[in-house]
Design a protein. Sequence first.
Length: 364
Amino acid sequence: MRDILDDVLAWHRAGTRFALATVVRTWSSSPRGPGASMAVAESGEVVGSVSGGCVEGAVYDLAERVIATGVPVRETYGVSDDEAFGVGLTCGGTIEVFVELVTAESFPELPAVAAAEADRRATAVATVVDGEGELGGRIVLGPDGASGTVRDPDLAYSVAELAEGLLAHGRNGVLHLGAHGEHRMEDVTVFVESFAPSPEMIVFGAIDFAAAVVRVGKFLGYHVTVCDARPVFATARRFPDADEIVVQWPHDYLAGREVDERTVICVLTHDPKFDVPLLVEALGTRAGYIGAMGSRRTHDDRMARLREEGVSEANLARLSSPIGLDLGGRTPEETAVAIAAEIVAAHWGGSGRRLSDTTSPIHA
């Protein structure tokens, strides 16, 4: 639901009833993962997608039925038949979709979930997608505790407890419990969607290439910060897409803030007085990706300076320099795409090769 939260919140505030279809489980090469959502308003308006277009028509019909009856439905869609127009997934995967009616009365916590998301506070929404007597029941776990509509108190407690574990890791997942919350039983199936804060991208160096990197970072879903010691360059006018702009010496800024495994650090300064102390600091963090811009000559000089500063070979191996994949581009926008491609490949373990030259599954 995260990708359509603003749209459904507007319907919720207007008192518009809508059916919410959520991918709760996938098998094989599914086009979209658990948590992907599509919503259909009682007016017929549609937002979002559960499969990238393969089964949206069938899900729309299902959503209209749920709006009319108020009864939640769970449906599984697999490979399409031999007819090109058959309902199914042409990619060969399988998805399980849960469709429920949402009203202001049935989901009063929705505005609070949206507010927590906007404030970068972690929230989880756990929905019973299978279970006698509790189908459609919901537990919302937020900064102020848990609330919801699951009637059995023991089940509600177990759902909140397990959802907290998934939320701590920023993961969506399916829970199986007994009717009264017993573990290692399967009377009740619960889908947990975690609204963990977006991962962060920190772009150092307020240059023209940085503006393009900021734009692609926002497109990929990052919370993007631009940092530069020069106030004349680090301005909101030059970086309108950035979430934050910091005027500070880069290594001082990085030393004073938290960095986790999901953080992406892009060093675009290619000036030794900035990037060497910054990279010494960055390579000592848990950041999942650290890349630095510069020519081959700049790279060789940078590596020598970092070794002089005592950076270990193991940490130097974490540095992507020169930054980005070899796409052959030259413009700031093309360079940003090359950087984004390397970030995505590093995150998912991709090879960076052309898919037409590989034989492995597209969605590993």
